[in-house]
Design a protein around this ligand. Structure first.
Ligand SMILES: [Zn+2]
Length: 210
């Protein structure tokens, strides 16, 4: 058996924020567990990443005080921001193969104050997307790149959430169906680009809580 050489001694611990709103609500717990699972599988022991810590605390504090229905959207926004912090941010506007600009067309409406026009685009409008390639793929390159059709609205919302503050996320009016489409997008991205199979997202999708 190998000898354990690095057992740190914890001499003092202090509770700074109790997150009582989350702990007492099964909906919040189910929707926020993917945050804890993802960060625990991406953060490295003994490697301090203040930005990641601050982002995680901020997402949880917003979820703690906002309506429980906002927790899945906060989770989706957090996961998208986590991808950026980990260096695997999806490309939403530029073909990952040739670099051509891919306009999101009529769905690309992100007004001020962090709100996205609910009426923009249609559910049927899609873009070709490569999870292994890292983002959207143009019509020419899709012939040589394996792609999946993703709703343009899901992509434009994902891009918007990536750039919003958590204050703006809580205020914006993304509907629950769209939120869960984004979470499913995040689940595939987690698995493809960070090798994380999120069991807590599986549970959230099957729980029937939302
Ligand atoms: Zn291309």
């Amino acid at each position: 058996m190998p000898r354990v050489r690095n057992l740190d001694i914890v001499s003092e611990a202090r509770l700074i924020y109790a997150f009582d709103g989350i702990k007492k609500d099964v909906m919040r717990v189910a929707a926020l567990e993917p945050i804890l699972e993802a960060v625990s599988k991406t953060a490295q022991e003994d490697l301090s990443v203040p930005r990641l810590f601050d982002m995680t605390v901020s997402a949880l504090r917003h979820a703690d005080s906002a309506d429980a229905e906002k927790s899945p959207l906060l989770c989706a926004a957090y996961l998208l921001k986590l991808f950026a912090v980990m260096g695997v941010r999806p490309s939403f506007h530029t073909c990952v193969t040739c670099g051509r600009e891919i306009p999101l067309g009529s769905v690309h409406h992100v007004p001020a104050h962090g709100e996205v026009s609910a009426g923009a685009g249609t559910a049927e409008e899609t873009r070709r997307f490569s999870f292994s390639g890292g983002g959207v793929v143009c019509d020419q390159c899709m012939l040589s790149e394996p792609t999946t059709a993703i709703s343009a609205q899901t992509l434009v919302w994902s891009d918007a959430l990536l750039h919003m503050t958590f204050d703006q996320v809580v205020e914006c009016n993304c509907d629950l169906n769209r939120t869960f489409d984004i979470l499913k997008f995040c689940q595939t991205w987690l698995q493809t680009n960070l090798a994380i199979r999120s069991k807590s997202l599986d549970f959230l999708f099957k729980s029937g809580l939302f």
